[in-house]
Design a binder for this molecule. Sequence first.
Ligand SMILES: [Zn+2]
Length: 438
Amino acid sequence: MIRHALKFSVVGLFLFGQVQAQSLLIENVTLIDGTGAPPVKGASILIEGDRFAAVSKGPISVPSGTERVDGTGKFLIPGIIDSHIHVPGGRTGPGNRTLVIRPEVGIPVMEGFLYSGVTTVYDSGNNAPYITLMRADERSGRIRSPRIYTTVSLIAPPEGHGCCAGGTVVYDYEDGIKKLDAIFAMKPDLLKFTRERRGMGPTGRNMPLIAPDLMNKLVAYAHENGIRTTVHVSEVELARESLEAGADAFAHTIYLDAANEGFAQEAIDKGVIFSSTMTRIEADTTFLDEPLFVAVIPKDVRDEIKESDRFNGSLYTGWLSSLRPAIMKNILFLHESGATIAMGTDRSMGPMSHQEMEILVESGIPTLAAIRMGTLNAAAYIGVEEDLGSIEPGKLADMVLLTADPVADIHNTTMIDSVYKGGERIDRSTLDVPANKS
Ligand SMILES: [Zn+2]
């Protein structure tokens, strides 16, 4: 009862704070705007209401009554965007096959994302009623959460990858159109298909695929309805088929074989964006003991991950370790070829975004480019780059103030001073994370 009352008052304060938003100036800060442009020292950023009103290389005059934040010695980046998660609380049990509606599971995780400086997420497949509820609650301000975008329900072939964890199975064109219409009624922000024949794991099995002709028609139907498409792929040949079908984005990078020049060029020509999902092939657990992970993820959850199949020295761990160098080479190759990479984790925990950017840098990608992947490119992946992803006048004022330079060391994105969403400072001390419970 007490806990409920406390929660209610916190939400109340938060809503009240949003109404109060006037103008805010962050001054004398080092600005890393998310576009990949070099950092600007001594910058001023003016926020009016929920948007950036002015960005200047030096001091600026501001309306009287403007709240001032001294950014001396600090670094400002856009709010981080994870282009591949699955909001917990919609699916459970073996293979996530049991569909549930448990906001009480999802809300603390979403608060953990905010605590970690992640202000926008894209949900790449979930239980439709659950994720649409969470999205609506975020948009109305009822819950404290990053902005949520979602595919609502992904499209899969019968018995194919993703079919049975909230996915929508399509049998033929007529059936597909009917089911797409039902999903479109729930307003997906981007529609996901799967195109996976081996299954992600050491014991690859033969899985059915949506026939290329059907895939082409369904992607075209989504486009006719103004909805961009993304495809789960893990190998070049199936990614190529997806490009032919007109897909706009890939839910992963290429895991299972080498991305070649012809493929990279085709992806560039078609303007397709890859979600990086490198933490999905992480085979080490030491990062789970780093301060931000300890602050955000409960100890029992971290222990469970350490003991999971992914990390416990099983066949799966060996498989991940053996693939990892090739996958890192692929992502660097795609980046250096000019393809667009968006940071995405497929791990559904706020601190993972930082780990993902670290792996991108470890792969050889420069830090400024990795920050762009975690901000502007991820916004472009979702299709919201007009409003989000960089610190530029007119965009929504989502930003993270850091106490250390993330360009000098990407790990410094975890050195968070404060997080702002829509110009409002998130009170991190009241978020439902382990750091606030000790
Ligand atoms: Zn996923």
